[in-house]
Design a protein around this ligand. Structure first.
Ligand SMILES: [Zn+2]
Length: 69
């Protein structure tokens, strides 16, 4: 169970997007739940998969050498 972000940033316009049908007091959601967000500025809708973000970058392809000389 993961607590969704109460606000995310719209990748289109940089405005704030708020979840539809979920409020911070509602508590965490199950991983894999699709939570729609609506941008307050451009009114775009974003379907966010809970726990599906790859912020950690733990994809197994992250060890690139820093020194070449
Ligand atoms: Zn927007």
């Amino acid at each position: 169970m993961i607590e969704p972000d109460p606000v995310i940033v719209c990748v289109d316009c940089g405005g704030n997007c708020y979840p539809l049908g979920w409020f911070p007091g509602d508590g965490p959601l199950e991983v894999g739940t699709v939570l729609p967000y609506r941008c307050k500025d451009c009114l775009d809708r974003w379907d966010i998969v809970i726990g599906g973000e790859d912020d950690d970058g733990g994809d197994g392809s992250g060890d690139r050498p820093s020194f070449s000389d």
